[in-house]
Ligand binder design. Structure first.
Ligand code: 2HG
Ligand code: ZN
Length: 570
């Protein structure tokens, strides 16, 4: 028997019978909720803050990127007092040198990469500025020396971004564009002392067309806020992510984020209609059209979607939003084996058809970690696998009938052994939380080695099983979960701490395994810093070379998000 730690859920458990519990579905109920830590942005500090504040937060040491990865600083200029004065003229009061604010921007939220300051030899703090807070005597001037980033810029307008990039281009200063800093591959934090160009204050909706559902907005709008905005007008964003409460739409587009609605609404490559981008030399490229059809010449916006800030800085986005569904159902089901998960997916597609909006899976170890670290109760009997099926449609009655049909069939044929359905917003959210919060649960388990691969679904779980056998007790947990409906597996391995031996057992094994299936070594997270050297497992040398040529054309000095996305030149 299941022990239900959250009693309110027990009301909707069913036991191998079609007696599905339902509650009224609020029209247009949305599902999913931001649970990841919000990035604590603060208001800008005065230039005078530059220096070593005694109030800097003491955080456990995150190894500087340059110590863990084989990367050397390129010969960019170092930010000078004159540069800071020039930035201050462009964006008065929004040139941030306050160490506390820089601390957040110099480390990724997973705490796996950090801009490269050396640690204090006495106290072993790797501070984002070069001074030890314990007055041990280590006191290095902030400016004139390469460590981590010493300045964060917060423009509000495209024109300001253009002026900033023009200055950086003239001065040979490297720039790290940063949105919500919620990336998974170390692409959004500096490696050394790159200037951080934040889109946080570029958060205005420019227009919304309530017939077409086309939204035009600045790049720094937070995804969840945009979703609320368009929901009030009868639409939803075509994209949904666990990090929705922090991530910026510009970052989503720059990384071509996939997420939870991909199965239904497809890639940003289809839903993004236009972009405004500032190029490395400050030129503004205005391709911010709102046309569904525009077959005139090369589709340049596609170059910037997924380019991770290496080809230009996205400043505004035009995106097509689908109508807000009137009925949303979420079913959380237990499956006895992976073959049954796959069979359930086929049955689901056949019976639910156009109303199927998500098909996610997680294994038993994921569920165990979500329970252990986040205290979320398992809403169904213990099973080797769990699936989350979401329907979104325009008729509650019609959708319920279809879902019931699927559930009865799946249950009757033994594909599913237990399940529960949420049709109102809060229950649907609780069920989604079990899937959305796996990343968070894993991060409480220790150091996490993350892989995000596309594979033929029939080989999906073999990789997880192979790795479990290969790693044995060296790993704490080897888990598999993800967007099965999109053929996207998230394979995560946890350990007490980072270890090069464990890394050696994982890589290149995972990549060669994936390449042998003609899979992708990055399905949706991009390459950033951590995955850039494995691009060759998924793309031929001619493609990589062409990518370098495009980079050289658009950013000849290599100033935009250096050390990311492209592997080192052969
Ligand atoms: O943490 C991960 O590996 C996956 C994160 C995200 O893409 C998800 O689908 O939950
Ligand atoms: Zn994902």
């Amino acid at each position: 028997m299941v022990s239900h730690q959250v009693p309110r859920w027990s009301a909707w458990i069913f036991r191998a019978s079609p007696g599905w519990q339902r509650t009224a579905c609020a029209p247009g109920a949305s599902v999913g909720q931001q649970r990841w830590p919000r990035i604590p942005w603060q208001v800008s500090g005065p230039l005078a803050f530059r220096g070593c504040a005694s109030t800097a937060p003491r955080v456990p040491r995150v190894m500087p990127t340059s110590e863990r990865y084989p990367v050397q600083r390129l010969p960019f200029s170092v930010v000078s007092e004159e540069d800071l004065a020039a930035f201050e003229r462009i964006i008065p009061g929004r040139v941030i040198t306050d160490p506390e604010e820089l601390e957040v921007a110099n480390v990724d939220w997973l705490r796996t990469v950090r801009a490269g300051a050396a640690p204090c030899p006495t106290h072993h703090w790797a501070l984002p500025f070069s001074a030890c807070q314990d007055s041990c005597g280590v006191w290095v001037p902030l400016l004139g020396r390469a460590g981590c980033s010493k300045v964060l810029l917060r423009p509000r307008t495209t024109e300001e971004v253009s002026h900033i990039l023009r200055h950086c281009h003239q001065r040979n200063l490297a720039v790290n564009p940063q949105g919500g800093n919620t990336g998974m591959v170390g692409g959004s934090v500096p490696v050394f002392d790159e200037i951080i160009l934040s889109t946080a204050l570029m958060n205005q909706v420019i227009s919304f067309h309530d017939v077409s559902g086309i939204l035009v907005c600045q790049a720094g709008c937070v995804l969840e806020e945009l979703n609320h905005y368009v929901q009030e007008r009868g639409f939803i964003m075509p994209l949904d992510l666990g990090a929705k409460g922090s991530c910026h739409i510009g970052g989503n587009v720059a990384t071509n984020a996939g997420g939870l609605r991909f199965l239904r609404y497809g890639s940003l490559r289809g839903t993004v209609l236009g972009l405004e981008v500032v190029l490395a030399d400050g030129t503004v490229l205005d391709c911010l059209t709102s046309l569904r059809k525009d077959n005139t010449g090369y589709d340049l916006k596609q170059l910037f979607i997924g380019s991770e800030g290496t080809l230009g800085v996205i400043t505004a986005v035009s995106i097509s939003c689908p109508p807000r569904p009137k009925a949303v159902n979420v079913a959380f089901l237990g499956c006895p084996g992976f073959a049954e998960v796959l069979q359930a997916f086929s049955t689901c597609k056949g019976t639910l058809g156009e109303i199927l909006s998500a098909f996610e899976f997680m294994d038993a170890e994921c569920m165990q970690l979500v329970g252990q670290h986040l205290h979320l109760a398992r809403p169904v009997r213990e099973s080797p696998f769990y699936i989350l099926v979401e329907t979104s449609g325009s008729s509650a009655e019609h959708d319920a009938e279809k879902l019931d049909g699927f559930l009865e069939q799946a249950l009757g044929s033994g594909l599913v052994t237990d399940g529960t359905v949420g049709t109102d917003q809060s229950k649907a959210q609780s069920l989604w939380a079990l899937r959305e919060r796996i990343t968070e649960a894993l991060s409480h388990d220790g150091y996490v080695f993350k892989y995000d691969v596309s594979l033929p679904v029939e080989r999906f779980y073999d990789l997880v099983s192979d790795l479990r056998a290969r790693l044995g007790p060296r790993a704490k947990h080897v888990v598999g979960y993800g967007h099965l409906g999109d053929g996207n597996l998230h394979l995560n391995v946890t350990a007490e701490a980072f270890s090069t031996a464990l890394l050696g057992a994982l890589e290149p094994y995972v990549y060669t395994w994936t390449a042998a299936q003609r899979g992708s070594v990055s399905a949706e997270h991009g390459l950033g810093l951590r995955k850039k050297d494995v691009l060759g497992y998924s793309k031929p040398p001619t493609a990589v070379q062409l990518m370098w040529q495009l980079k050289a054309l658009l950013d000849p000095r290599g100033l935009l998000n250096p050390y990311k996305t492209l592997p080192a030149h052969a």
